[in-house]
Structures are given as structure tokens and as C-alpha cells.
Design a protein around this ligand. Sequence first.
Ligand SMILES: [Zn+2]
Length: 480
Amino acid sequence: MGLPYVTLNRGMNTLSGGEIQRVYLSRALGSTMTDTLYVLDEPTVGLHPRDTHKLIEILKKLRDEGNTIIVVEHDGDIIRACDWIVDLGPKAGSEGGEIVFSGTLEQLYNNSNSFTAKYLNNPLQEIIPKNKFSFLGPNNRFIEFIGANKNNLKDISIKIPINEITAVVGVSGSGKSTLIVDELYEEFNNFLKHPDKETTKLSGEFRSIKNVVLIDQSPISRSTRSNPITYLKIFDYIRELYSLMPLAIQRGYKPSTFSFNTEGGRCETCKGDGYIIIEMQFMADVKIPCEDCHGKRFKDDVLEVTFGQKNIYDILDMTIDDAYNFFKNQYSFAKNKKIESLINQTMNGLELLRKVGLGYLKMGQSTDTLSGGEAQRLKLASYIGAGNKMDKTLFIFDEPTTGLHYYDVDMLFNSLKELILKGHTICYIEHNIELIKRADWIIELGPEGGDQGGYLIFQGNIENFLKSDTITTKYLNKAN
Ligand SMILES: [Zn+2]
């Protein structure tokens, strides 16, 4: 199950989502249940490609024992191992939700409408892609970390090139997160907080980095009042835009009238939530639509104010992609420079969300409903937006491709490149070969997980990495 490195006293709450699913699967294997329907959501998250075939064998064993298995997956090897494939799309959000294909793998290969089929037919044209980011060339300036020895790490020292992209790879449990998050990130953070204190672990040109940011999959906010466009402050422009509409001016509405967070324009029955929560004893709380506003979050008078025939609720109910096109279409009708500029700022913000593959989210979707991967990409979008104003920063990511379809990986990589162009440094922990082969510099830990891991197996540029013989290059070269 790819979990030999997990110590027996690890709490279930310390395992990643992929690891938990694989523990549950182990338990299912031990039971004699048949006629059971198993539903798995991305069980390969955090699994090194080397171990994917083990997972496939187990799924097949469960099937052969008389069970039925449904897997939601982006991993090509898993898709190829399935008896039946249902492909949803064609794209995401309002452009998705249709069954593009349903049938066997053989039939899928011949389906020209499916993005998944396109990828499976043509996984990797070349090991180093044409758009490989290398025009700056190696600059030979490094952040060095000396003597990493937490958990299973074997007193190793690493180098991370400044203003380039580093991928940290290795089998599950080899110590990647310990090295990058528990050692490097923590030490750097402590140093930045107390620059007068001595650091024995950081060396090289680390002082040229003024900021370190960990962009992980932790939730953005437990508040239901935050959504993608409030998080990126795009809603401020939209609210100001609505306050400039003739009816709003006539009635003396302010930008704050169009906020669901403050009193004024919002529905006071539900305080702008659009729904009421009923607490149930012994059961999960129940959400019911607000009786006064019928889920529209604002007072009727406020909803009478429209821009391009849409009121503020209509905007919140659009997907980010649809809203982008809506504002684009409205641009030519803008009555003055102020409105033109507000539309521009709105579109720039929405473009950031599209770049990180979140165009399918609804504008008003509460951030507490986002998956870990979505939350991570929303944080990334906010940093790309702020990238110009930020001091030289080291960005650390933990599996940024989680939950991302193949055709979105390119888009994600291009937004990472923007951070590089702005002078920042990137380091990501990744199993996705598409993202590994696009990095400038590779650090591989291993050879195995747990006690048999924690050694530095390889460190160097991508060209030398592909010539070396490691567990990960075996997989990269085989996939090619
Ligand atoms: Zn209401």
C-alpha cells in the first residue's frame, strides 16, 4: 500500500488524505466483505509513481473478490488500469458537468472530444518540454541548509538555487516534508523573525531572501464569509462599480451597501449568508435557504441596481470564467474612465484566478468549501497578484498539482514562472512528473521511506538528474 514508512504510533490525524485512504483500503483487504461499493477520491495523492502499481493490484484484488470500485483520479496509470471509464467535462464549472465519454479504455483512446483521451494518447512528447524555463540560465547563487537531522533525515545538507525552481522528490515517507517544511521553512522563519540571532543551519546567500512563504493545503479560513473574490479583494472594485450606477447614486448607495458583511444592503434575516443554519441535536447542522431573500443575500431594493442587466447577486452566482467574459463584454459600454478602470481591475483579478485553474469556481463560493488543492491555488493567485510589491521571497509548495487535471498543470507552471520573473525563488515537493521535469534543480531523498530513507540521493540540475540512476529517474525515463 506504499505505507511501510509509517510508524506504528502515528496518529491517523497526522496522515495525509491519500495516506488515510490507503490505510482504509488495507483494512478493507483484510475483511471478507463482498458485494461492497468502494468509492475513492484521488487515492494516489502523496504516492510516488513507483508505488502506483501496488495500489492498482490491490484495487484489482478487491474487484476479483466480488466488490465494485469507483475511483476519482487524475493519474494516468490508474485510469489505464480501469475496466470502465467515465469522463466528465468537457471543461470545468459551467462549461463542464456533461458526460463526455463512458466506456472501456480502448473506446476512450478513440474519442476525440475527451481531454483525458488526448493526454493518455500522448503523455510526454519530450522529457524536457520546449517551454522549459531556462533563459535566465544558472546563476550559481544558492541558499544552503546544513545538517538536516529531524525525524529520519540522515544529517544531510542541501542547496537551493536562488530565483530558480527546485523540485524535491522521492518515494513516500523519504523525508521530503520534514526537510523542506520542518527544517528549511522553520529555520528560515525563525531567522527572519530574529535576524540578530545566529543561525548555524542556513548558509550561502540566504540573506538576500527577505521573506519565506509556505503555500500548503491548509484551509484558507473557517469563515463562510470569505470567497475567492473577497480573498483577492476583487469584490471591492465590483462593489464600487455598482455604487456608481445611476439608480445607486439616486438612492445614495455606497460601495458598502453592496457588501454582505456589513449592515446596510444585505438581508438582515440571514445576515447576508443567504441561508439559515438550524442546529440539530445529535445530528449534523442543517442549512436552509433564507425565507426573506430566498438565498440572494441582499435586500430587494439593492438587487434592483443592475450593471449590464445583472444585479450583485447574479455576479456572485456566476463562475469566475463567466464573470470574466461578462466584464469583458461590458467594457465597450463603459460610460466613463472610472468605470473603465474598475472593469479593468476586476478583470485583472479574475485573470489571476483563471491562471491557477480556478475559473470554474463560483464568484461567491465560500472558501470553507474549497478542497486542499483549491485552497492552495487560491493562495498562489493572491501571491502572484502581490508578486511585484513583495520583497525577494522563497515560496514553498507541498504538492501544488493535487486535484489538478493534466491540461491545468501547464497553466499552473506558467503562473509559477511569473513568480520567478518577479525575482522570487520556488521550491516544491511533487510526485507529478509533468512538474518535476519542468524544474531547474532537483533534490531527491530516499532510497526508501521511514528508517531506510532520509538520505540525499541526488542534488543537481535537471539535465544531470535525467542522466542519473534513481528511483524517480527510472520512472521518468520509463514514462518517456
Ligand atoms: Zn436572507
